[in-house]
Ligand binder design. Structure first.
Ligand code: ATP
Ligand code: MG
Length: 375
């Protein structure tokens, strides 16, 4: 089981929206996911369950009333949908630090409970509260990876240093090591300041941030208010596209491949040119050239646009093969930007984590063709 805490002591930077949507998209990839809500505000719980939540919640896992039976994490999980469970929270969690004052082992309650369910789930995603207290410490002791969402503002840059210091301090104190990665969220790209923050992050955090950037997308807030992840609410919006790309990036790390700035053809499988599999793939080499594949079962028309065809749509239709669409292009060695155009909607390649913001909005996918694979 991979345990990922979504943590930043700064409020309102997209922790909960990231936890909910990453958990839901990973579950759609046939992985079993537990979303753990460690915030007394209970927003992650509300974002996936509609209606009253009621007891028991994480509170009971931490606090056993005198004479009561201890409650374990596995007793409180609720099923959200196939492959996705939630361990809910409620406002009583805010009393936990006080209730557990002086209790031995209070910082490892979550870690011990998660250890008991590690064969039931492939992923645990922990949504943290916006402060560094006992609840956040429990999440950090339980995880080996952390996603640090960050909205591009001056205060965020200031807070980020402090947040990264927390991981270092924890490692010094306890020997427990966490791999943090920063995720830019709520990106509007409109002001030079925002673009400067992005450059700063990329410059200073090489390898410690996600290539995916989460754009501002009003549908994300709308979906959460209906108790739904974006994956089950709206297909054609920036929020869907971005969290799908983040999921691909997280799962790619799972496969053990190094997190790179780019995808190269050396990394991917090489089906034959007449491959009629309906499996969506990142760009792959064939005898006839580079094969692009995109999953769009409901589309009427899909086109491929990129540097290699001057972004011209006419004459660059992809061919339907079952639920996927394909097109093979001969490419010289080099670095290319491209996008799929699904029924007129421009989108990045959801299976390729390498992207860069486009000056026209959204993101372009990046492909690097190595010498040995080129025509
Ligand atoms: N990419 C986005 N586009 C538009 N709105 C967003 C996006 N991400 C988050 N929001 C909205 O911004 C607000 C804060 O997001 P969220 O609750 O995820 O932040 P948080 O870090 O969990 O906050 P807190 O620190 O209070 O727990 C919410 O209203 C949410 O719906
Ligand atoms: Mg939150």
């Amino acid at each position: 089981m991979r345990t990922i805490a979504v943590v930043n002591q700064k409020g309102g930077c997209g922790k909960t929206i990231t936890s909910i949507n990453l958990a839901a998209f990973i579950a759609r990839e046939q992985k079993r996911v537990l979303l753990v809500d460690m915030d007394p505000q209970g927003h992650a719980t509300l974002g996936v369950l509609s209606g009253a939540v009621g007891s028991p919640t994480m509170y009971e896992v931490f606090v056993t009333e005198p004479g009561g039976q201890p409650t374990r994490l596995r007793h409180i999980t609720r099923s959200v949908r196939e492959n996705l469970d939630v361990a809910p929270s409620d406002i009583r969690l805010s009393a936990i630090p006080e209730r557990l004052t002086g209790v031995a082992g209070r910082e490892t309650v979550l870690a011990e409970n998660l250890a008991e369910v590690r064969v039931r789930y492939d992923f645990a995603i922990i949504d943290c509260p916006p402060n560094v207290g006992l609840l956040t410490f429990n999440a950090l002791r339980a995880c080996s990876e952390a996603i640090v969402p960050m909205d591009p503002s001056f205060f965020s840059l200031h807070g980020l240093g402090k947040q990264l210091e927390t991981f270092d301090a924890l490692e010094k104190q306890t020997g427990h090591r966490i791999t943090p990665r920063v995720l830019l969220t709520l990106y509007s790209g409109r002001t030079p300041f925002v673009r400067a923050v992005v450059d700063e992050i990329r410059g200073h955090l090489s390898g410690r941030h996600f290539a995916t950037i989460i754009r501002y997308s009003v549908k994300l807030a709308e979906a959460a208010s209906h108790g739904l992840p974006i994956a089950h609410y709206a297909r054609y919006c920036a929020g869907y596209e971005d969290y799908q790309a983040l999921t691909a990036e997280v799962l790619q790390q799972d496969a053990g491949s190094p997190k790179g700035e780019r995808i190269t053809l050396a990394d991917v499988v090489t089906p034959t040119e007449d491959d009629d599999s309906e499996r969506p793939l990142p760009p792959a080499v064939t005898h006839a050239g580079v094969m692009f594949t995109v999953d769009a079962p409901d589309a009427a028309r899909v086109q491929l646009a990129g540097d290699f065809n001057d972004w011209v749509l006419d004459g660059n239709d992809m061919n339907p093969v079952g639920r996927v669409w394909k097109r093979v292009v001969k490419l010289q060695p080099g670095r290319y930007r491209y996008r799929y155009v699904v029924d007129g909607v421009w989108q990045r390649d959801p299976l390729n984590p390498a992207v860069e913001p486009s000056p026209y909005g959204g993101h372009n996918s990046i492909l690097v063709v190595d010498e040995k694979f080129a025509e």
